[in-house]
Design a binder for this molecule. Structure first.
Ligand SMILES: Nc1ncnc2c1ncn2[C@@H]1O[C@H](COP(=O)(O)OP(=O)(O)O)[C@@H](O)[C@H]1O
Ligand SMILES: Cc1ncc(COP(=O)(O)O)c(N)n1
Length: 260
């Protein structure tokens, strides 16, 4: 059984964060583990409170897992502040972690800031360079590069410029684009496009978390990056098709079990 770790925040309503990640790992036939960086009081309508975990506790959680268990892939989600980001980057280097997927979570679908503005610089300086693949949505790519991104051509240039910041590859997601939901992968050599007709739903809470976790699970299973993203795109599309309303706001994607 391949083992996959998520380093991310807890989402009390279960649609995003650690909860979405663990469901995805299980659905894709891998064994999931978690390092919690923050606890959020969150529902489909908003994020009402955030309590960050002390960086030393984040470090301890990472150490005790890597000291004991062979981890085949790791995904990093919500990391809200500079000290937590520094700690994670240091620990991943110390344990020579492999198959590192960084989802640079900045803002929730309900519009709440999940990262302190000053932490962005640290994310760029220390976490992007250790990533095998970084998965920004349009907004996050805009914040990282400090320019507007509105077309597929802009996404290609953004993926190339993000790779220049240090990660081995960048997947710029077009979930917030007009028209098809097309994502652009640049691996330092060439572009690959993952194109999907847009599904008419507002229940997209947790799409980014689920997608990056599915990429990590497929990398853990030994797939190449291009194959892992293809498998993850099929998985997230199915999960969005299965999404449903659970409250008054943005509902979650729904997972279905796909054993390998
Ligand atoms: N309405 C939709 N129909 C089909 N695919 C979508 C839709 N919304 C998002 N996606 C896809 O879901 C994945 C997550 O993307 P996105 O929503 O942009 O990320 P985030 O949750 O980080 O904002 C991407 O593959 C994107 O293309
Ligand atoms: C703990 C946590 N992590 C990540 C997200 C982003 O997910 P989304 O953009 O789908 O709201 C979230 N809302 N909560």
């Amino acid at each position: 059984m391949r083992k996959v770790l998520t380093i991310a925040g807890s989402d009390s309503c279960g649609g995003a964060g650690i909860q979405a990640d663990l469901k995805t790992f299980a659905a894709l036939g891998t064994y999931g583990m978690s390092v919690i960086t923050a606890v959020t009081a969150q529902n489909t309508q908003g994020v009402f409170a955030v309590q960050e975990i002390a960086p030393e506790m984040v470090a301890k959680q990472i150490s005790c897992l890597y000291e004991d268990i062979v981890i085949d892939a790791v995904k990093i989600g919500m990391v809200s502040k500079t000290e937590i980001i520094k700690t994670i980057a240091r620990k991943l280097k110390e344990y020579q972690a492999k198959n590192i997927v960084v989802d640079p979570v900045m803002i929730s679908k309900s519009g709440y800031d999940l990262m302190h503005p000053e932490a962005k610089e640290e994310l760029i300086r220390t976490l992007l360079p250790v990533a095998d693949v970084v998965t920004p949505n349009l907004y996050e790519a805009q914040v990282i590069l400090e320019r507007e991104i509105t077309t597929v051509e802009d996404m290609e240039k953004a993926a190339r410029d993000i790779v220049a910041l240090g990660p081995k590859s960048a997947l710029v997601k077009g979930g917030h684009l007009r028209g098809n939901a097309v994502d652009v992968l640049y691996d330092g050599e060439s572009f690959t496009y993952y194109d999907q007709e847009r599904i008419a739903t507002t229940n997209t809470h947790g799409t980014g978390c689920t997608y990056s976790s599915a990429i990590a699970a497929h990398l853990a299973r030994g797939l190449s990056l291009k194959e892992a993203v293809q498998g993850a795109k099929e998985y997230i599309t199915g999960a969005i098709l299965n999404s449903f309303s659970i409250g008054k706001g943005v509902g979650p994607t729904h997972h279905f079990y796909k054993y390998y």
